[in-house]
Design a protein around this ligand. Structure first.
Ligand code: MG
Ligand code: ZN
Length: 265
């Protein structure tokens, strides 16, 4: 099983049910300022501006951490990530949120070590203790040139880079889970042996079913964390069975993701 399956998650409204940026804005009382500035600057700059505001109000990075730790994460999703990792899947995140938010949430739930890579907008706490969020692509200096994606990140380019780096791994198959417009570009880069798992009725799902012929990968839709987790583990099981058929092995109970319900703390 090792090396065969790579799972690529979007973060907001996929790995977590809600949106981490909106959560911090709402929970930390920034809704009004956010609304005032919303139309005046790109999303990542706006989130950085929100961090300036929190710093001005005397809020520390630790206060933002505490706020993020309260964000709900579906227990089944936690279990499915642990099971996928235990079974040798390569897990990655490609997200337009930021490193500080994502790592804080994953660390809090004991999941950070399950991921090989998190590709997102960089974030760091400076000498004054203020959290800075900067765009992944500097659109002014080096535009990524993809018309489907927002200026700061083309997730399709990121996936292509991962696929190229994986080219030595035989029979690698990708499972891409997402919800947003920005997840459409990478889904176009998946092949017939791959899987795309869009959240039902969300923008990615609408784009996919607008013209399904453009997607080569097998499509499985989901609505909530419970369904997401079940579909993910089913696909991994199917990949495992295909792999065993290909190599002439029979599936043993120790190999599959379906094996045991996860009882990790
Ligand atoms: Mg999303
Ligand atoms: Zn793109």
């Amino acid at each position: 099983m090792a090396d065969t399956a790579a799972v690529v998650f979007d973060f907001d409204r996929t790995l977590i049910d809600g949106d981490s940026d909106n959560w911090v804005v709402t929970e930390m009382g920034l809704t009004q300022l956010f609304r005032e500035l919303y139309s005046t600057m790109p999303w990542t700059s706006l989130m950085n501006r929100m961090m300036v505001e929190l710093h001005t109000q005397g809020k520390a990075a630790e206060d933002i951490e505490e706020c993020l730790k309260r964000m709900p994460l579906h227990p089944r999703v936690i279990e499915s990530i642990r099971a996928a990792h235990r079974n040798g899947c390569d897990l990655r995140i490609i997200s337009d949120a930021n490193r500080f938010f994502i790592e804080t949430i994953l660390k809090h739930h004991g999941l950070l070590d399950c991921f090989t890579e998190i590709v997102t907008n960089p974030a760091f706490v400076d000498a004054e203790g203020r959290l800075n969020i900067v765009p992944f692509h500097d659109s002014a200096d080096s535009p990524h040139g993809c018309s489907l994606c927002p200026p700061n990140m083309c997730k399709g380019l990121v996936l292509k880079r991962i696929q190229a780096a994986d080219s030595e791994i035989r029979n690698r198959r990708y499972i891409y889970l997402g919800d947003g417009k920005g997840d459409y570009c990478p889904c176009l880069k998946l092949g017939t042996r791959d899987f795309v798992v869009p959240r039902k009725s969300f923008p990615l799902w609408k784009l996919i079913f607008n013209d399904q012929t453009l997607i080569k990968a097998v499509i499985h839709e989901w609505s909530d964390g419970e369904e997401l987790a079940a579909i993910l583990l089913d696909i991994i099981d199917r990949i495992l069975m295909d792999e065993n058929t290909r190599t002439g092995l029979t599936a043993s109970p120790d190999d599959g993701c379906k094996t045991t319900p996860v009882s990790n703390p």
